[in-house]
Design a protein around this ligand. Structure first.
Ligand SMILES: Cc1ncc(COP(=O)(O)O)c(C=O)c1O
Length: 362
């Protein structure tokens, strides 16, 4: 089917919004919502409009500190979603070649296609633990490549890309004058073990992220792009065509959230640690699944060894009220993705139901 810009849409986002909910929900990818009531947000501290021009100074300052960069490296954006869209729009023109990992988060390929990229792919093979082999990137790159796109942690598998691999990819990009876009939205969940954002490895790196996944703060839409200063200015100007000015109440709440990130982190860590334990017991008990187990992050992506995942997904939802994300949304239909960010008691029950469903199904 030929691509139509006016009919562009995201099958994954449609699924996530309309069909993924379940009583026992393993279909989410981030930590469950942090309640606003647990943040010291005061009505008197909120305002409709504020002194935001190209950024809101208190937010710029905190995002720079969080990432160990200068404020001139930071472009605030409405979630990682708009951050990715903006960064791509600034980094290639229609007809340019863009290299994207496979499998990946579907919105990255959809956004690149919408922006007119000629998309080429390089594999992150399941048989190699979803690692990136720089030789595959080297093979796929051409003099026309303008951008290489990866997720770190990897969505769907949560695999971490090593610093050496990032450096290798940076060199490959440099050799053809391309940049590397690293979507680090899941990297936040590594807490104190978190490597520095990839922009610290060189100016060919552009990083996107947000407070969405690791902290359960999706609704404040506190996203950002990290880029070298000249590029950052270009992206700010481009944003005038997309979002112009952000919602100021959201900026104010983001500042409060960033000032209280310790308490948000503590809760998120507790949830993820409990769910990793439940998930480990579940995965160790299954011989009908094959998997990479990075032991970090907010998702896992096992392979069902026999029978169809789509049929299993229907069976699981109908009989066990339990939801996972079919791997077809990640170009790997024999896999399914499970999230570790839900309420621990619910996640425990969902995994028990999943076990029973797998036993009955096979
Ligand atoms: C890799 C990746 N990037 C970006 C997003 C969207 O993030 P945000 O909610 O901050 O827009 C998602 C959401 O699933 C994601 O998986």
């Amino acid at each position: 089917m030929t691509f139509s810009r006016s009919h562009a849409h995201s099958p994954y986002m449609e699924y996530a919004k309309l069909h993924s909910a379940a009583k026992y929900n393993l279909a989410t990818s981030g930590v469950m919502s942090y309640p606003l009531a647990e943040l010291p947000v005061r009505m008197e501290g909120l305002e409709i409009n504020g002194p935001t021009v190209y950024g809101y100074a208190p937010l710029q300052e905190r995002l720079a500190k969080l990432n160990g960069v200068r404020e001139e490296n930071v472009v605030a954006a409405t979630g990682t979603s708009l951050a990715n869209h903006l960064a791509m729009a600034a980094l290639f023109d229609p007809g340019d070649e863009v290299l994207i990992e496979e499998p990946t988060y579907e919105l990255l390929t959809s956004a690149a296609e919408f922006l007119g990229a000629k998309i080429r792919r390089f594999p992150r093979d399941f048989s190699h633990g979803f690692a990136i082999d720089p030789a595959d990137v080297r093979k796929a790159v051409t003099p026309k490549t303008r951008l290489i796109v990866i997720t770190n942690l990897h969505n769907p598998s949560s695999v971490l890309v090593s610093e050496q691999t990032l450096k290798d990819i940076g060199e490959i990009a440099d050799s053809v004058g391309a940049r590397v876009l690293v979507d680090e939205v899941y990297l936040e969940s590594l807490w104190e073990k978190r490597p520095k954002p990839a922009i610290h490895l060189g100016e060919q790196f552009v990083v996107t992220s947000s407070l969405t996944k690791a902290y359960g703060l999706s609704g404040v839409r506190c996203g950002w792009i990290l880029a070298e200063p000249k590029l950052a200015i270009r992206i700010w100007r481009l944003n005038d065509l997309f979002a112009a000015t952000p919602a100021h109440p959201a900026e104010l709440i983001s500042v409060v959230a960033l000032d209280n990130l310790d308490r948000v982190t503590k809760r998120a860590r507790g949830i993820l640690e409990a769910n990793h334990q439940s998930m480990n017991s579940f995965l160790s008990s299954r011989t009908d699944l094959e998997m990479v187990r990075p032991g970090i992050g907010t998702t896992v992506f096992p392979k069902l060894l026999k029978r169809s995942v789509d049929a299993f997904d229907r069976f699981l939802r109908e009989r066990y009220e339990t939801g996972v994300v079919p791997g077809s949304f990640f170009e790997m239909p024999q896999h399914f993705r499970m999230g570790l960010g839900g309420d621990p008691a619910m996640t425990h029950e969902a995994l028990a139901r999943l076990s029973e469903a797998l036993d009955k199904f096979s």
